[in-house]
Write a protein that binds this ligand. Structure first.
Ligand code: AMP
Ligand code: TRP
Length: 334
């Protein structure tokens, strides 16, 4: 039955702390889409080492992120979840695609420009070629759709260009993937500097709400979040800070913006922030409960991830063999 379904693939780097930006921009959509698609979700540890990681923490975080995917509603019976470094075809295809990508294309990537500014002591080649590894993740599984936040649009465009280039040079080999970027939630902003996006690796933890933050922390972070000098809960007249908070309220509660404005019509920011805190806490509660019941089930999590990588190895091999054959690498019958 799976064979007839279109394929979706997405990934998250096991760095920092999964935050509500990741949830509202990506994971929440994965959960909805998994019923209608053949779905693959990857903990992309190979991407994470473009910045230095503590080895013990990275190892732990891979498992923790997988547990958080499941806690958010990814059903391992419907979707494959695995760790990128367990499937060697990602690195193999990345090398080939390195030879089909131009320096000029990589130079235009805004994430590279941002990250190299922030980490100018370690501007390594991996940071530069990272979008090629991402293209490999996607093209290996012939994904039709890639559900991500707005910041990944440029990387996806590159993946499409590389695929088209390869297909034109040889013959159709890769499916050309489409981005799936939600209308709302694609760009959740930082709580303290709402001109920048909320980032799970932000040094200032007050800028984001972690999926596993406790009630006290959520209360404190929302209390400190930036609004406006005004006092009215109005989306149109609001600045970036207020707009972002109203958006978060609406995405978590499922209530329309007009309804939220109406609810807080004669009240100030304090009441609105109290309401928002409540909405976030209530939405994260079931996720946290599930997470805490899962995270100590190490053998269960490992089983899911092993099954995921076995499936991924089989599928990715098909593409890699096709690619090797087309470019002229000799293949012998064993
Ligand atoms: P990252 O945190 O960069 O590993 O991103 C993992 C996924 O979450 C990607 O699909 C991103 O586009 C998405 N994402 C990250 N931050 C945000 C944000 N602030 N708003 C919406 N989506 C986001
Ligand atoms: N580059 C993405 C990010 O930083 C993570 C990622 C890696 C990804 N490989 C992917 C997303 C494949 C979608 C599909 O958020």
């Amino acid at each position: 039955m799976k064979d007839n379904k279109k394929i979706i693939l997405s990934g998250i780097q096991p760095s920092g702390t999964l935050c509500i930006g990741n949830y509202l921009g990506a994971i929440k959509n994965w959960v909805d889409l998994q019923h209608d698609y053949d779905s693959i979700f990857v903990v992309v540890d190979m991407h994470a080492i473009t910045l230095r990681q503590n080895p013990a923490e990275l190892r732990k975080r891979c498992l923790s992120f997988a547990a958080q995917f499941i806690a958010c509603g990814i059903d391992p019976k419907l979707s494959s979840i695995f760790v990128q470094s367990h499937v060697s075809a990602h690195a193999e295809l990345a090398w080939v695609l390195n030879c089909f990508t131009y320096m000029g294309e990589l130079n235009r990537m805004t994430q590279f420009k941002d990250k190299s500014k922030k980490n100018n002591a370690n501007i390594n080649a991996g940071l530069f070629t990272y979008p090629i590894l991402m293209a490999s993740d996607i093209l290996l599984y012939q994904a039709d759709l890639v559900p991500v936040g707005a910041d990944q649009k440029q990387h996806l465009e590159l993946a499409r260009n590389i695929a088209e280039r390869f297909n034109n040079e040889y013959s159709p080999t890769f499916k050309i993937p489409e981005p799936y970027i939600p209308n709302r939630g694609a760009r959740i902003m930082s709580l303290q500097s709402p001109k920048s996006k909320m980032s799970k690796s932000d040094e200032n933890e007050n800028n984001f709400i972690g999926l596993l933050d406790n009630e006290k922390t959520i209360l404190k972070k929302i209390k400190r979040s930036v609004t406006d000098s005004g006092s009215e809960v109005n989306y149109q007249n609001g600045g970036e800070g207020l707009k972002n908070l109203i958006n978060i309220y609406s995405l978590f509660s499922g209530e329309k913006i007009e309804l939220i404005e109406e609810k807080y019509k004669n009240q100030g920011y304090k009441e609105f922030k109290d309401g928002l805190t409540e909405v976030i806490i209530e939405s994260l509660k079931p996720i946290q409960k599930k997470y805490h019941s899962l995270i100590d089930e190490k053998s269960y999590l490992e089983k899911i991830l092993n099954e995921g990588s076995t499936n991924a190895m089989y599928r990715s091999r098909k593409t890699i063999q096709k690619v090797y054959r087309k470019i002229g690498f000799p293949q012998f019958k064993s």
